[in-house]
Design a protein around this ligand. Structure first.
Ligand SMILES: *[C@@H]1O[C@H](CO)[C@@H](O)[C@H](O)[C@H]1NC(C)=O
Ligand SMILES: *[C@@H]1O[C@H](CO)[C@@H](O)[C@H](O)[C@H]1NC(C)=O
Ligand SMILES: *[C@@H]1O[C@H](CO)[C@@H](O)[C@H](O)[C@H]1NC(C)=O
Ligand SMILES: *[C@@H]1O[C@H](CO)[C@@H](O)[C@H](O)[C@H]1NC(C)=O
Ligand SMILES: [Zn+2]
Length: 485
């Protein structure tokens, strides 16, 4: 089979699974092509009709936009809304950010939820609106809501694929599967910028702009928490562990274990699966996040039925609520967190954090130099901070169930080259000094001072001794605060 045929067969198989013909997991890759060909036309029409009827009770795209704006209207104090771009058909991709300081740069981890990646999997977009409203209603009342709002920047994109939703199909308006549209680590694909879908582009630049520590995308068609890798180098369907396999298994189990019955799955042990072990995919969003975004992403399948009747949504929300809260809260309750500073000037250093034995690097933020590194609890870790121009430092910690704070102070490699240190307030002063109007004013002031000096020369000469002493004292003081040892 050519890749295109394979994809379309897979697509049909996934569509059929939601009609209850068979389940996707047991049959993926084994579609009887003659059946598929003869059944396609009829099936797609019925399928659309059925989904159209099912859409009753679900938010339309414009309902969703209204709901997002209404949420912000109600909860503006702990939220902001913004769009990360537009779909092919021009629908804005709205994000709700929830935090006690929305939009501010802070030394806190960020989490993102993405729903409706596949147009015909709309449960996620409904659940995410419920999540946002629940957090708003329970802030300062419920300890979980308060913990999340106060300590995490939570970004929620309810629909990544609004066009696919309105067309009642998996792909976007160009019929591209967005979860196959990202650059891939093993194969040269999706690297042509002109071909990349606007929804994918929007997600990629969003991830580059905001440093997410972890995330989850919500899908339907099964009940399982899927973790990287999603693809294998040789295209085989087999367990393919990423460097942070243990941390991912911990995250996935946290989700399935807090869910109503995900962990009781008969098909997936403990309700979790390695992506490639289930079925390998290429160009997926999850692996891209981990490799290029520094973000630990799970792919959550939250409902066996892709498009259940709307009266089941409340129940599905109840089944997932604790898992969703636990997953976001794990960014505060577990993992290693800290900041990195220089020993000479004390300024924040955007260093790299690595753990011995795990081939993965976490970057601290450019401005505040905070980092947030998820790890599996119950082990000893040697944590290393590296920064060009500074000596690498490492420290060994024993992780229990709790989060740990590990700050680093790095020493410059060359101690004999003292640097000029500027703290942020002296930085601001420098900025003011470099402005043109300031320089004009300064020149005028100097001219005036000179004239004053000419008229008062006698007085100054008479008082020479004391002036000289004061000047020396001033220089010593400046040496102390501007140049480092
Ligand atoms: C595929 O389906 C067709 C039509 O239903 C049937 O005649 C044929 O035997 C099937 N082939 C296999 C390999 O199952
Ligand atoms: C979980 O519960 C739902 C609703 O009762 C049910 O449809 C589903 O089959 C259950 N799944 C598992 C894995 O127990
Ligand atoms: C670490 O991962 C990179 C890719 O991210 C790879 O190129 C390199 O070979 C790996 N190193 C080891 C020692 O496995
Ligand atoms: C920064 O420098 C200014 C002036 O030298 C000083 O007054 C201030 O206390 C310094 N701030 C910090 C945080 O070190
Ligand atoms: Zn999906």
């Amino acid at each position: 089979m050519t890749p295109a045929r394979l994809l379309s067969a897979l697509f049909l198989c996934l569509s059929l699974s939601s009609l209850g013909f068979f389940t996707v997991h047991s049959t993926a890759g084994f579609v009887n092509r003659s059946f598929a060909a003869s059944g396609r036309h009829l099936t797609e029409e019925n399928h659309f009709q059925k989904l159209n009827n099912l859409a009753h009770g679900y938010m339309t795209n414009s309902d969703l936009e209204k709901a997002i704006k209404a949420f912000h209207g109600r909860c503006g104090r702990i939220s902001r809304i913004y769009s990360i771009g537009k779909s092919v058909l021009g629908v804005p991709l709205w994000v709700m950010e929830i935090s006690n300081n929305p939009g501010k740069q802070e030394a806190k981890p960020a989490f993102k939820f993405i729903g409706n990646v596949h147009g015909d999997e709309p449960v996620g977009r409904e659940l995410l609106l419920r999540l946002a409203n629940w957090l708003c209603d329970n802030y300062m009342k419920d300890p979980w809501a308060t913990l999340i709002v106060d300590n995490v920047h939570l970004h929620i994109l309810p629909s990544m694929n609004p066009d696919g939703f309105s067309l009642r199909r998996r792909g976007n308006a160009n019929n591209i599967d967005l979860n196959r549209d990202f650059p891939d680590q093993f194969f040269q694909m999706n690297n042509d910028l002109t071909e990349r879908q606007p929804e994918t582009k929007a997600i990629m630049s969003w991830i580059k702009k905001i440093r997410f520590t972890a995330s989850a995308s919500l899908h339907g068609g099964a009940l399982v928490a899927n973790y990287p890798w999603d693809g294998t180098q040789d295209k085989s369907k087999s367990y393919y562990a990423c460097p942070d396999d243990e941390a991912f298994r911990y995250m996935a189990k946290l989700y399935s274990g807090s869910h109503y019955n995900m962990s009781r799955s008969e098909e997936f042990k403990e309700g979790i699966t390695n992506g490639a072990y289930w079925y390998p995919i290429y160009g997926g969003m999850q692996d891209w996040n981990y490799i290029y975004g520094g973000c630990f992403e799970l792919t959550l399948e939250i409902s066996d039925n892709k498009w259940p009747p709307a009266n089941e949504l409340h129940m599905i929300w109840q089944f997932n609520k604790r898992s969703m809260l636990n997953l976001v809260a794990s960014l505060v309750k577990s993992g290693i967190h800290g900041r990195i500073f220089s020993s000479d000037c004390g300024e924040p250093l955007p260093a790299s954090i690595a753990i011995k034995g795990i081939n993965y690097t976490t970057k601290a933020s450019e401005t505040l130099a905070d980092y947030h590194r998820l790890v599996a609890p119950g082990h000893q870790y040697e944590v290393m901070a590296t920064m060009p121009g500074y000596k690498t430092r490492s420290t060994t910690i024993k992780m229990g169930e709790e989060a740990m704070t590990v700050d680093f102070i790095l020493e410059p490699t060359d101690r004999f080259l003292p640097r000029q240190c500027y703290n942020s307030s002296s930085m601001k002063m420098l900025e003011v000094i470099s402005r043109p109007y300031f320089q004009v004013a300064l020149t005028l002031l100097l001219v005036l001072a000179f004239l004053y000096f000419l008229t008062k020369r006698k007085v100054i000469f008479r008082g020479r001794k004391s002036v000289g002493q004061r000047r020396v004292a001033a220089i010593v003081k400046r040496t102390n605060c501007v140049i480092c040892k």
